[in-house]
Design a protein around this ligand. Structure first.
Ligand SMILES: *Cc1c(COP(=O)(O)O)cnc(C)c1O
Length: 230
């Protein structure tokens, strides 16, 4: 692969998102772009920032905090944690990110609420959904969502913004859409009960189109912006 042109890749993705918004009758600018910078150096984040990108997603706590500490001059970066959460990392997650997309256990929800400094704004949180109850995937299964959402609403320092999902890898566009449609349905049901919900985090480099067709409000794109990860 040639040297990545992050700026051009970002432009292309934003244009494509705009085209899909039109194609699938989504409101203009209703789909936000998260740049997934895990395993990518600070220089890649700086380049994306220069091109106007502000929302960054990271999956590894220590790696991300080290990069954040080198980027403190960029005041308006928004850090989203999207990786698996170990109990012994919740305190770092609670105090170094603006959003968490990967809440997958009640215990983790309780810990992040307790450990988030009350001098910070409330943490924006999403429940991760394990759509097909896959053994190897984290996330709440669909009938656990209501209870988890109610717990978040009852706790300090958290604001429930919606759900995140990573459906089974699937290359066929129509199959991708079927899974995303089911996730969107769960999202709409939860939204009826919690008016703070406004974020459906679905869609990656390989299934962004299907996700936007089925209601995504935030796509999480790594490879298509920064190139493949080693
Ligand atoms: C790595 C990752 C992404 C980005 O995936 P790409 O295929 O590189 O776009 C999105 N979401 C999560 C949860 C990830 O871990």
């Amino acid at each position: 692969m040639p040297i990545e042109n992050t700026e051009q890749n970002l432009k292309n993705i934003l244009q494509t998102i705009g085209e899909y918004e039109q194609k699938y009758q989504r409101a203009k600018d209703s789909v936000l772009l998260m740049a997934v910078s895990k395993k990518k150096p600070v220089a890649a984040i700086q380049e994306a920032y220069k091109a106007g990108q502000r929302i960054f997603g990271e999956s590894y706590v220590q790696e991300s905090i080290a990069k954040q500490q080198q980027l403190t001059d960029l005041k308006d970066l928004e850090w989203h944690f999207i990786g698996p959460i170990q109990s012994n990392k919740t305190k770092d997650i609670a105090n170094h990110f603006n959003w968490v997309h990967s809440l997958d256990r009640l215990k983790i929800i309780n810990r992040i609420s307790k450990q988030r400094s009350s001098s910070l704004p409330a943490m924006n949180v999403l429940l991760q959904v394990n759509l097909d109850a896959e053994e190897t995937k984290s996330g709440f299964i669909s009938n656990e969502l209501v209870g988890a959402a109610n717990l978040i609403s009852s706790l300090p320092n958290l604001v429930l913004r919606g759900i995140m999902a990573i459906p089974k890898a699937e290359n066929d566009f129509n199959h991708q859409r079927i899974a995303f449609k089911r996730i969107h349905q769960l999202y709409l049901e939860l939204q009826k009960q919690h008016e703070s919900i406004d974020t459906l985090s679905i869609g990656m480099s390989n299934d962004m189109q299907a996700a936007i067709a089925e209601g995504s409000t935030m796509v999480r794109i790594g490879t298509a912006i920064f190139g493949s990860r080693s």
